[in-house]
Design a protein around this ligand. Structure first.
Ligand SMILES: [Zn+2]
Ligand SMILES: [Zn+2]
Length: 195
């Protein structure tokens, strides 16, 4: 059994009667891919999902919440970011025949389907979590990042931290660069990271 199957819940005992409910609680190791390239739920970290499944005419409504651990890195200063998050989801899983009927009318690429006798909560969780994650995670909105000259965290440096005497390696490098019209602007030091 793969980790991906961890969030599959049994619905054999969920009656097909509209409005019938079943409460489920799943504790599992997080499946891979719950996040983006820069931030997300580490695979295998512990995950708790509580959901209420409700039978509807066209399928099953899964409504619930998950407590997850999110890990990432500040894009400016590379500090580790770790937080506990609660994600709420509210997702309709179609019965296969209802999805087929809907397909006649419109484009339904991304509908979630009820399995034969189970339902996988992972896509509901992923759909709720991933758009809520920051595109460019920051340790704080005004993170000053790293000193462009020495690479140390600006937060850890005194306010008057400067490099009056450029590293000799830089002057050696500068000598190799084409003439910059004689101006001696300090290197652009606004701390912004290029995308
Ligand atoms: Zn930072
Ligand atoms: Zn510095």
């Amino acid at each position: 059994m793969t980790a991906t199957a961890a969030l599959v819940v049994d619905i054999v005992d969920l009656p097909h009667r509209i409005g019938a409910t079943k409460d489920v609680c799943v504790e599992a190791g997080a499946p891979a891919g719950l996040g983006t390239a820069v931030i997300g739920v580490p695979e295998g970290s512990s995950l708790v999902v509580d959901a209420r499944l409700t039978s509807l005419e066209d399928g099953v409504l899964a409504r619930g919440r998950a407590d997850v651990h999110v890990h990432g890195e500040c894009v400016r200063c590379l500090r580790d970011l770790d937080e506990e998050r609660t994600v709420t989801f509210d997702e309709l899983y179609y019965l296969p025949e209802a999805a087929r009927a809907a397909e006649d009318g419109e484009d339904v690429d991304d509908v979630l389907l009820v399995g034969e006798d189970s339902l996988d909560l992972e896509p509901a969780l992923r759909d709720a979590l991933v758009p809520a994650l920051p595109f460019r995670p920051l340790c704080r909105p005004d993170c000053a990042g790293l000193c462009p000259e020495c690479g140390r965290r600006v937060d850890n440096l005194p306010a008057d931290h400067r490099h009056d005497h450029p590293d000799p390696r830089w002057s050696a490098l500068a000598a190799l660069l084409p003439d910059r019209d004689g101006s001696d602007d300090p290197a652009d030091a606004d701390g912004e990271e290029q995308a």
